[in-house]
Write a new protein. Sequence first.
Length: 208
Amino acid sequence: MNIQSFPSKLLENAVDEFSKLPGIGKKTALRLVLHLLRQPTEEVTQFSKAITTLKLEVKYCKQCNSISDTETCSICSNPYRDASKICVVESIKDVLSIEATNQYHGLYYVLGGVINPMEGIGPADINIGNLVNKIELGNVKEVILALSATLEGDTTNFYIFKKINQFPVSVSVIARGVAFGDDLEYTDEITLGRAIANRTKFETTISN
């Protein structure tokens, strides 16, 4: 059967919605929908409720911008984390990747994106205002730039460095065990852990 020839409009609509997800084509979407159809109604209802509840009730931590169930996430509110260190990442996926290494015990700051002129994302579009405010308070001793090893990541690193270099804070960048062009999300835990542990002082090679 041609995947476009659906016997049911309801099935077609469900497949269309699933295929909007990243990395999900029509064939995979069809398999997922058919799988759900085979499940008990209670399980499908629970699945649907979880997604709806996530969208309606999820919060973003006021301290680090990470996804949270409360106003302050579990990492920022943990008294055993080293509040003198802030690791700057692009997204929540990077927080999860670094946490999986068990090599870092400080706090995080999620930018929500990186500078990318090709996609119309400039310095004003990334969220660093609260980061600068935190550093101004004087409690932060080290800022670790842990953005992906890409041109966009390096550009954003430099921009952040220029913004915070006036403060008495050490600025470091994760070691290049992460190959240039790699996203942190796809870097194995051992390599990423070593990159965090062996971070180096940030030095700019771009002339003013």
